[in-house]
Design a protein around this ligand. Structure first.
Ligand SMILES: NC(=O)c1ccc[n+]([C@@H]2O[C@H](COP(=O)([O-])OP(=O)(O)OC[C@H]3O[C@@H](n4cnc5c(N)ncnc54)[C@H](OP(=O)(O)O)[C@@H]3O)[C@@H](O)[C@H]2O)c1
Length: 577
């Protein structure tokens, strides 16, 4: 018999979208309470047209790697043959698998129940005989038999519940994990699981316990337009007059779960309200800010937190490391990581001064803009990063890791040691991140022009309120280029570029992306990181995770919550003959 073992995936991330069905898939371990009636109802257990259409739209947008559904009392043949969902997944080329308790395991569990049921039935028989023999209502034997019978019935109910819920849900989750393991996908696998309402919470909890990211979608349906003439008995009119709005409702966590806490460790003098507000908006129940945090402080804060919360609640705990200086934040990260050990591991986010998510958003945005404007692959481009702060440095690292030729430039006219400083930056990036980039000092228009002419893509990451490329410089550029600016404070980094520009041709052949177009993606990415880091523990979210998420968001992959469709009866063409 197959063993029951649920193990996390190695080297891959699994995302399961649980779509809650409109009914509980029939299942019983021994026999249904009133079999014929139940059997008759089973034929009515089918997804409605609204559910079916909603799933069709969902899979078109999310494109899961595979889908699963409980088998219930159906045979595998019935599962594929009589299931409208199986047809739909087949049409969309999505592998679809039944997942449920193993047949042998079910028989084994049922046989242990059979013995108890036999004993209960013999007690019922004895009780019936006793009633025939004795006229008086009260008898000691009867009392005892009733007590034994009740006890057995309670045990049977309890065991049936155990098999139908906890055991069966474990098999279902093992089935999902096993199918996910079969997929040879590099990083992330998405499964769409069609689930009975009564199993949603149990399956979600089990999946989360093995580090799976789970999102639950439940359909809400309402009539959005109906001009029904109450007197009309024309079915066609009735169907044509109605529209149902179908949209998913993302299920919130149960009130019994431990609260989501975020400890905000800022290395600056004052903890920034930016990340604190973002964390509340992402659903944390409390955000606890600390400022002026040193690695020593971090050790104490982390250990006092993880020990007080314990292995279970630590999964609902996140440490967020902020502060304008990336080096200081990285030191704190080291201390946080060293202070945790299994099973006391919380998620950790590091985003000093928003630099990691901002850099990730810049790179993901440009990557996508080039592809969607058919301007080639970012990896093949020469890039110039203007600005050597945290945003400039991380942007440089991400681009170099992609395979681009990168030059990072200090433009600050106040620097006296500019040349040495720029070389020091490239040496530092080589040492810390193993990337090979050129560091130059370009404080004058002539030096800037040299860099601009050589680059296909220019990322402006200089300090806020500093104009670094003016119209005169722009007019000198002849070849097609994409220019990005992240400074949102006037004067903006590039003359003529507006905050909301998103690949606007600012002068012939020069396309610009403004600070708000980048900022919007940065904001969404940070929110998604915060949301993902609420559960599960153990993960470190740095710029590598930020770029993955920003890429997905820019391709609009993470948005099942926004999926709303309107169900309309198809218009029937009248025959003109
Ligand atoms: N939209 C968002 O969500 C978001 C988030 C974070 C940051 N940002 C923006 O991103 C930009 C970079 O931020 P950051 O934290 O990496 O760095 P930063 O500390 O604000 O400054 C970046 C660099 O600007 C250079 N600089 C200073 N004065 C200059 C001048 N007069 N002319 C030219 N360059 C000058 C400095 O270069 P040297 O090193 O050579 O002295 C410094 O390294 C800023 O504009 C910031 O506002 C936006």
């Amino acid at each position: 018999m197959k063993g029951l073992e649920i193990a996390p995936l190695k080297d891959k991330r699994l995302v399961v979208l649980i779509a809650e069905k409109e009914y509980n898939e029939p299942f019983w371990i021994t026999e249904p309470p009133s079999a014929p009636h139940y059997q008759m109802l089973c034929s009515l257990f089918q997804p409605s047209i609204a559910f079916h259409k909603f799933l069709d739209t969902l899979i078109e947008k999310v494109n899961p790697n595979f889908a699963t559904e409980e088998l219930g009392m159906r045979s595998e043949k019935e599962f594929y043959k009589d299931n409208v969902l199986a047809q739909m997944f087949q049409n969309n080329n999505i592998p679809f698998f039944p997942v449920d308790i193993d047949g042998n395991a079910k028989t084994y569990l049922a046989s242990s129940l059979d013995k108890k049921m036999e004993s209960r039935d013999s007690i019922l028989k004895s009780l019936a005989e006793l009633s025939k023999q004795k006229k008086e209502k009260y008898s000691v034997e009867k009392e005892y038999l009733v007590a034994y019978g009740q006890c057995l019935q309670l045990e049977i109910d309890e065991q049936e519940r155990e098999v139908s819920f906890s055991t069966r849900e474990s098999w279902i989750v093992m089935g999902i994990m096993d199918h996910a393991r079969e997929f040879n996908v590099e990083e992330e696998i998405t499964c769409l699981h069609i689930c009975s309402p009564e199993h949603v919470d149990g399956i979600k909890k089990l999946l989360e316990s093995v580090d799976v990211q789970v999102e639950v979608l439940k359909l809400s349906k309402k009539i959005v337009s109906a001009h029904i003439d109450a007197r009309s008995d024309d079915l066609g009119n009735l169907l044509q007059s109605m529209q149902i709005q179908v949209k998913p409702v993302i299920k919130k966590k149960s009130p019994h779960d431990s609260p989501y806490l975020l400890f905000y460790l800022d290395t600056d003098e004052r903890a920034s309200p930016f990340d604190i507000c973002m964390a509340y908006d992402a659903g944390y129940n409390a955000v606890i800010p600390y400022d002026n945090v040193t690695p020593k402080d971090a050790e104490k804060i982390v250990q006092d937190t993880i020990f007080s919360r314990g292995p279970k609640a630590v999964k609902h705990t996140c440490f967020f490391i902020g502060g304008r200086k990336a080096e200081k934040a990285e030191e704190v990260l080291k201390a946080v990581k060293n202070s945790m050990f299994p099973p006391f591991q919380a998620n950790v986010i590091i985003d000093p001064g928003g630099a990691y998510t901002t850099a990730a958003a810049m790179v993901a945005k440009v990557e996508y803009a080039l592809l969607s404007h058919k301007l080639g692959d970012l990896r093949d481009k020469s890039c110039a990063v203007l600005g050597t702060g945290a945003v400039g440095q991380v942007t440089t690292v991400l681009l170099a890791k992609l395979g681009c030729n990168v030059t990072i430039a200090s433009l600050n006219p106040k620097r006296v040691d500019g040349k040495e400083y720029a070389q020091k930056i490239s040496a530092l990036l080589a040492d810390r991140h193993k990337v090979d980039v050129i560091g130059v000092f370009a404080p004058t228009p002539a030096k800037k022009l040299e860099i601009l002419k050589k680059a296909d893509i220019v990322f402006c990451a200089a300090t806020r309120g500093a104009r670094i490329i003016d119209k005169e410089l722009l007019n000198e550029l002849k070849l097609l280029k994409v220019l990005v600016d992240i400074n949102a404070v006037s004067p903006l980094g590039i003359e003529g570029l507006e905050l909301k520009d998103d690949m606007r041709e600012i002068i012939p052949g020069i396309f610009g992306i403004g600070a708000l177009a980048i900022g919007e993606l940065k904001h969404k990415s940070e929110k998604e990181i915060l949301r993902q880091a609420r559960d599960n523990g153990k993960k470190i979210y740095n710029y590598n995770q930020a770029i993955q998420l920003a890429r997905k968001l820019v391709r609009k992959e993470i948005y099942p919550a926004k999926l709303t469709l309107t169900l309309k009866y198809p218009h029937v063409k009248t025959d003109s003959r």
